[in-house]
Design a protein around this ligand. Structure first.
Ligand code: COA
Length: 182
């Protein structure tokens, strides 16, 4: 297995039991959860179950999300996570997602982690296309996607009932040849 993946500052590695406290802390932050699929308060037991499941997951299993921990090499701090999900119906396409704890926003860590993840997906797993979806109000997320070279392919209007109201989403796509050319 190719994990961990490394960048100048980061290690993208499998989750382990000792991540529980930091993982639970950032998932419990309402600013981090605002546009994500979980609610706060985020229970410690839920965090534990997530880590247990991830510890036993293999990256690249079609139909399942694989969540990699993002660790700062210099201090071994857990900064957040990034994830991918290869479509069960088409194994040359995958969704990606990313989350950082607020203390580590705006330092370029998410971009650095995603660039390595995309190199892995296109270069090592030989994917054809990577997809990302985000809330239209999630500016940090779509700015990151656009910096990475993703193309906004759809603006869906009130397509999702999300945390008590109708939400609208942008859908983004990036092809292997576009990534390699860039
Ligand atoms: C989405 C999310 C990961 C983006 O994090 P981020 O830190 O803004 O993203 P990046 O790593 O690309 O950092 C870019 C910022 O760091 C700045 N930066 C500072 N040092 C940098 C460096 N060495 N290299 C690159 N950028 C750097 C950039 O200028 C940019 O700042 P700006 O937004 O003011 O222009 C973060 O907002 C988050 O975790 N949100 C909550 C979870 C979430 O909603 N996830 C997405 C669901 S779809």
């Amino acid at each position: 297995m190719p994990f961990p993946l490394e960048t100048d500052r980061l290690l993208l590695r499998c989750f382990r039991s000792t991540d529980l406290e930091e993982f639970h802390a950032y998932r419990s932050d309402p600013r981090v959860a605002q546009y994500q699929g979980w609610d706060v308060p985020y229970e410690l037991e839920t965090a534990q179950a997530f880590i247990d499941e991830m510890k036993n997951s293999q990256p690249g299993t079609p139909g399942k999300w694989f969540q990699a921990a993002i660790e700062l090499k210099a201090t071994k701090t857990l900064l957040g996570d990034c994830a991918f999900h290869i479509m069960a119906s088409d194994t040359r396409q995958a969704y990606i997602g990313f989350t950082l704890s607020v203390a580590h926003w705006r330092k370029g860590y998410a971009e650095e982690a995603c660039r390595r993840l995309l190199d892995y997906l296109f270069g090592e797993l030989n994917l054809h296309r990577v997809i990302a979806e985000c809330d239209v109000e999630n500016t940090a997320s779509y700015r990151l996607l656009e910096r990475l070279g993703f193309r906004r392919e759809a603006h869906l209007i009130e397509n999702i009932w999300f945390k008590g109201s109708w939400g609208s989403e942008f859908h983004y796509g990036l092809l292997e040849r576009e990534w390699k050319k860039a």
